[in-house]
Ligand binder design. Structure first.
Ligand SMILES: [Zn+2]
Length: 46
């Protein structure tokens, strides 16, 4: 069907660079969240 653009996004602050960003999952308290750039960086490193 037509579900494009219907994804819920959550406003978060990147735990690495501090930039305001959005993630497609619900952020958990005490867990780091990253913007796209930092997420890729951390994922690659891991
Ligand atoms: Zn970042």
């Amino acid at each position: 069907m037509d579900d494009r653009g219907d994804r819920k996004m959550y406003d978060v602050t990147c735990s690495d660079c501090g930039s305001a960003t959005q993630v497609p999952f619900e952020p958990k308290e005490g867990r780091p969240v990253y913007c796209r750039a930092c997420y890729g960086k951390h994922k690659k490193r891991f």
